[in-house]
Design a protein around this ligand. Structure first.
Ligand code: 13P
Length: 239
C-alpha cells in the first residue's frame, strides 16, 4: 500500500462526449507524488477518457461490473471488458447500486472477485443509512458489510475500501471528523486486508484537507465535486 492519497472521482450517470473532454483534459496535469487520481466516468465514456488522459498519470475505472466475465446478461458490463478498454479500477457495492439494484454484500463480494480475476483494483463501498446511524447501529452495519463484501483473495494491491455514509452522499452533510475517525479505525481494525480506506460523502475543495489528513484516511471518493475539474483538482491538491 503506497503512502500516496488516492483521489477517486465518480461521475455517476453524468457526462456526454460533447461536454467531457475539456473537463478530463484539465486533469492531465494533476499527477503528483502526494496523490494518485482515478476517474470513474459512466461506461459510455471510459474509453474516451482513457484516450484523453493518455500520457498522464490519471487512471480510469468503471462504476460497477458484473460478476461473470461474459454471457447472456443484457445491459451489463464485465470486469474483463473494463480492463479491455484500459480501466485499472472498478467501484463495486456503491450504495446507489445496493439501494436501486438491490445488491447484497454477497453480490458485491462476487463482483469484487471478478474484478480481481480481471486484474482490476476493486473499490468496495460500505456505509450505513441515516436510520441505521440514528438507531446507533453504524458500527455493526459497517462491520457486517465489510465482513461480507470483501472476498477471499483480496490484498492491499487489488482492493480499496470506501466508507461512504449513505446520509452524506449528495446531501452536503459531511460526516464529522470524529465519525470518520471512529469508523475508519473500526475498518482498519476489523479488516483482514490492510487496504487503503477512502472516505466519501459531500467531499469538496473546502473540506478535503481536513478529511484527507485524518488518521486512517487514505483518500477520498468524490461524486458531485468531481464533475467540476477545478474543484476536483482543489480536492487532490489538499492531499
Ligand atoms: P457526493 O460527493 O456527491 O456526495 O457523492 C459521493 C459518492 O457517492 C461518491 O461515490
Amino acid at each position: 500500500m503506497s503512502a500516496a492519497k488516492l483521489i477517486v472521482g465518480n461521475w455517476k450517470m453524468n457526462g456526454l462526449l460533447s461536454d467531457s473532454q475539456p473537463r478530463v483534459e484539465a486533469l492531465k496535469s494533476a499527477a503528483s507524488g502526494k496523490f494518485e487520481m482515478v476517474l470513474c466516468p459512466p461506461a459510455t465514456l471510459v474509453q474516451a477518457c482513457g484516450w484523453w488522459l493518455k500520457g498522464s498519470a490519471v487512471k480510469t475505472g468503471g462504476q460497477d461490473c458484473h460478476a461473470q466475465p461474459s454471457g447472456a446478461f443484457t445491459g451489463n458490463v464485465s470486469a474483463q471488458m473494463l480492463k479491455d478498454i484500459g480501466c485499472a479500477y472498478v467501484i463495486v457495492g456503491h450504495s446507489e447500486r445496493r439501494q436501486y439494484h438491490k445488491e447484497t454484500s454477497a453480490d458485491v463480494a462476487e463482483k469484487a472477485k471478478a474484478a480481481h480475476a480481471a486484474g482490476l483494483v476493486a473499490i468496495i463501498c460500505i456505509g450505513e443509512t441515516d436510520e441505521e446511524r440514528t438507531a446507533g447501529r453504524a458500527n455493526d452495519v459497517v462491520s457486517k458489510q465489510l465482513a461480507e463484501s470483501v472476498p477471499a483473495g483480496a490484498t492491499p494491491e487489488n482492493t480499496v475500501i470506501a466508507y461512504e455514509p449513505v446520509w452524506a452522499i449528495g446531501t452536503g452533510k459531511v460526516a464529522s471528523t470524529d465519525d470518520i475517525k471512529g469508523i475508519h479505525a473500526l475498518i482498519r481494525d476489523k479488516s483482514a486486508v490492510k487496504a487503503k480506506i477512502l472516505y466519501g460523502g459531500s467531499v469538496k475543495g473546502s473540506n478535503a484537507a481536513e478529511i484527507l489528513h485524518l488518521p486512517n484516511v487514505d483518500g477520498v471518493l468524490v461524486g458531485g465535486a468531481s464533475l467540476k475539474a477545478e474543484e476536483f483538482l482543489a480536492i487532490a491538491s489538499a492531499a
